[in-house]
Design a protein around this ligand. Structure first.
Ligand code: ATP
Ligand code: MG
Length: 438
């Protein structure tokens, strides 16, 4: 095995141009293909940006070098130093006639699955060797889009004056008193992995930071095994003081449009490779009242009674009718969390909203209750003991402005943008009912 020594990559495969003709370059990557045509051998080396052909004609390279190349296994790591030649027949239009090849890491055979050509394997096998799966450019493309989505989120929120915060993930009480929590042992006490930064970001509204956001993990011990639920997921959360639900809905729809516009501009190659059908939504998005939403479902023979949450078939039926992102507003107070502010004119309805993609929910938000008496009352109505929430309620005792916010599932949004039907495709190492390794 060779050492890298002083060698460094001079170009990624995609960076070669006519200007490099006859120049000596150093490329680095994985052996994608090896073809020996008798008299001439071809290596295709793959890196993050694409593939480059290394051509070894018997007449031009030493026996030693040809021997080295023919001993390579697919997916081994090599560095190649050689001369660039423009050649129409080569993929990408260039080939390299090598002077030296360094074999830095020989790959074992057989591979868990093929990386080049027709990859015929199931998701579970792919996830078991995710490092190998990502060597396929259509898989890497999903994660390049993911990177751009999260960059655009930060760009948008920072430009709008939001301050990034980080809140604890190990907590003593459940956010909403739900049962879907992972208990952990915290020295001699029981603790939980936090299911949402909700309480902490609301407490920041009393701090005077005014507009905060967090991009961080949430943990939910949901037992079900669906194509849109994970047990560990990344949530994009905002909270804004002196704002109501309408204000933060506008921020949300504008952010989604900004992200999609940015991804379409900056990830053309990746979107094409994964065959994404993403389109910029037309703003303002439709605001569908809960009552109208259940009426659409009922018309399509999916029974939803007033006061019930929307089932998956109901969400699908309504989404089909609307055909684009849309909001559902005017939710019954009883099915929204205790911190959702009831409407002034009718307290049976709340200032809570969901942002829907035609196929699934991507965000939930609300104007929050900032009056401590009402907050305690709502907790009791929902079967929670306000004494368990002293640390949270304290922040409402000494000057809490009206505020509103939302939580947006990063993976749900990325699924929508990359047109993936299984959420596991858009997270490196999914955590689900069966999967904890790797
Ligand atoms: P759903 O009804 O789709 O299960 P939810 O209403 O339980 O979602 P919220 O508590 O409102 O979820 O969380 C806010 C957002 O976080 C959701 O709109 C969704 O985008 C995301 N999210 C919630 N739970 C999960 C999960 N288990 N896996 C992936 N994303 C999730
Ligand atoms: Mg929700």
């Amino acid at each position: 095995m060779n050492k890298m020594g002083e060698w460094r990559r001079s170009h990624y495969s995609g960076q070669l141009s006519s200007e490099n003709q006859d120049e000596e370059v150093t490329i680095a990557g994985w052996v994608h293909e090896i073809r020996d045509l008798g008299g001439v051998m071809f290596l295709v080396v793959r890196d993050r940006e694409g593939e480059i052909q290394i051509t070894l004609p018997d007449s031009k390279v030493s026996d030693n070098l040809s021997q080295k190349a023919s001993n390579l296994n697919k997916e081994s790591v090599v560095m190649v130093r050689g001369i660039v030649k423009e050649d129409e027949r080569a993929p990408g239009g260039f080939e390299i006639i090598p002077e030296q090849i360094k074999v830095l890491s020989q790959a074992k055979t057989p591979l868990p699955f093929e990386v080049s050509g027709n990859v015929n394997t199931d998701l579970s096998t792919r996830l078991n060797s995710r490092f190998l799966d990502l060597r396929r450019s259509e898989i890497a493309s999903i994660f390049k889009v993911r990177n751009t989505v999260l960059t655009k989120v930060r760009e948008f929120l920072e430009t709008d004056g939001f301050i990034e915060i980080n809140t604890p993930k190990m907590v003593a009480t459940a956010t909403e008193g739900g049962t879907d929590l992972f208990p952990i042992s915290y020295f001699e006490r029981e603790a939980f992995l936090n299911q949402s930064p909700q309480l902490f970001k609301q407490m920041m509204m009393s701090s005077g930071l005014d507009k905060v956001y967090e991009i961080g993990p949430i943990f939910r011990a949901e037992e079900h095994d669906t194509h849109r639920h994970l047990n560990e997921s990344i949530s994009i959360d905002i909270e804004s003081a002196f704002a109501d639900h309408n204000d933060v809905m506008e921020i949300l729809e504008e952010m989604i449009a900004y992200i999609i516009e940015g991804v379409k501009k900056e990830c053309k190659k990746e979107l094409k490779e994964i065959d994404s059908k993403v389109e910029e939504p037309e703003l303002p998005l439709k605001r569908l009242r809960y009552e109208e939403a259940i009426e659409i479902a009922n018309q399509k023979d999916i029974d939803v009674l007033w006061g019930e949450d929307l089932s998956t078939p109901a969400e699908k039926a309504i989404g089909e009718e609307i055909g684009d992102y849309y909001f559902i507003v005017d939710w019954p107070s009883e099915i929204k969390p205790f911190y959702a502010q009831p409407k002034d004119e009718n307290s049976d309805l709340s200032k809570a909203f969901d942002l829907m993609h035609p196929e699934f929910e991507i965000s939930s938000g609300a104007q929050r209750v900032h009056n401590i008496e009402l907050l305690k009352e709502r907790m009791i109505q929902q079967g929670l003991d306000p004494n368990d929430f002293d640390f949270y309620l304290d922040a409402f005792e000494y000057g809490m402005p009206p505020h509103a916010g939302w939580g947006l599932g990063a993976e749900r949004l990325i699924m929508a943008i990359t047109s993936q039907s299984n959420i596991r495709e858009v997270i490196l190492f999914p955590r689900d009912r069966k999967r904890l390794i790797p």
